[in-house]
Design a protein around this ligand. Structure first.
Ligand code: MG
Length: 368
């Protein structure tokens, strides 16, 4: 069986995706073996994972530096690298791993939001597969099942977050504590706030555009509070395919790590012997202004998605520190997008410069 073991490097080992990935890896020792793991700062937790999984190659970015991350992602022993760290830290390691011929299981959406054109082109040239781990994109990947023709629309589902049924006035006064109370998913604070503003779905639209090579107009969002249907594909003949699973990341992580093989999951599947209803409704554009802003950035292309992402990160951080009200997150993204020129970055350095410039502009907007 030795030949069928897939050797995994996990970047973001102590985060929420990382923890679920470790459960999946531990459940399939005959198929998956952890050979490298990285995190940002909690080195003792990382060492503990190293001991538990018998892994010697560890990288704690604050201790070992960012260059060590790319070294880990390209280590000779690895077959697949799971990019599960938030923010922009996975950008260079992803490109390095692709160049080294590693398959990529991609959970870190910033990689495609910022550098989708570079990353997809590099993967195409290297003949490397990018397997989506974000639950919506993993669902679409499963629905498409390798088909490229006949697709009319990709429909991303969104839980609607904690303010799905709130009025605009409630959202205006929302505290970080209220915004952090996500009804269905347990995730880190940044993505939980992104879910409350629906900026997360905006980032996912941009991510989908690159992963599945569709036009911005072919991507839609629908609110589905139960988080059971993870996304859908509508074909030109009017048929729609959907992927269903309980709201746990383990399903998407396992699908990506074992692809194309299917084995029993680590959690119970949906129980259809119990009554359940699935509902769908369009998002309210007034409450969730980040969706239109993300679409605007996606259509503008070039550095615009990176500006959207950077401004959002700065604004979310400011909201969590109670420096700005909840609805100002969208305003700061909008202001930053309209202030800065949109450029066509020729390489990663120019892209990172656009990102830094957007962070400066967004910070200035926060303190104004
Ligand atoms: Mg998602």
């Amino acid at each position: 069986m030795e030949g069928t073991v897939r050797k995994v490097v996990l970047i973001g080992a102590t985060g929420s995706i990382g923890g679920n990935a470790l459960r999946v890896i531990a459940a399939h020792p005959e198929r998956l073996r952890l050979v490298g793991a990285a995190n940002r700062s909690r080195s003792s937790e990382l060492e503990e994972i190293g001991r538990r999984f018998g892994v010697k190659k560890l990288c704690c970015v604050e201790r070992d530096g960012e260059a060590a991350l790319s070294e880990l992602a390209t280590m000779e022993d690895a077959d697949i690298v799971l990019m599960a760290a938030g923010g922009t830290v996975c950008l260079r390691p992803t490109l390095a791993a692709i160049a080294a011929g590693k398959a990529i299981a991609l959970a870190s959406k910033e990689v495609l939001v910022m550098a989708g054109a570079f990353v997809m082109e590099a993967a195409r040239r290297a003949g490397v597969r990018i397997l989506p781990v974000d639950s919506e994109h993993n669902a679409i990947f499963q629905c498409l099942d390798g088909r490229t023709g006949g697709v009319k629309r990709l429909i991303l589902t969104a839980s609607g977050g904690p303010f799905r049924d709130s009025c605009l006035e409630t959202m205006r006064c929302a505290t970080p504590e209220q915004a952090l109370r996500h009804p269905n998913w347990s995730m880190g604070p940044k993505i939980t706030i992104d879910s409350a503003t629906m900026a997360n779905k905006g980032l996912e639209m941009i991510e989908a555009r690159w992963l599945f090579d569709v036009a911005p107009e072919q991507i839609d969002v629908v609110i589905h509070p139960q988080s059971i249907v993870h996304s859908m594909v509508e074909f030109v003949d009017g048929s729609m395919l959907a992927q269903l699973a309980p709201p746990s990341m383990t399903f998407a992580i396992q699908h990506a790590l074992l692809y194309p093989e299917r084995l029993p999951g680590v959690e119970a599947p949906l129980d259809l012997t119990r009554a359940m209803s699935l509902t769908f409704s369009p998002p309210d554009p007034e409450k969730f202004r980040t969706l239109a802003l993300a679409r605007q950035a996606m259509q503008a292309g070039g550095s615009a998605p990176a500006i959207f992402n950077a401004a959002n990160e700065v604004a979310v951080e400011a909201f969590l520190k109670a420096e700005i009200p909840f609805l100002a997150i969208a305003s700061i993204i909008g202001q930053t997008l309209s202030t800065l020129p949109i450029v066509q970055p020729r390489d990663l350095d120019e892209l990172i410069e656009a990102d830094a410039e957007a962070r400066r502009a967004a910070r200035a907007a926060v303190t104004k």
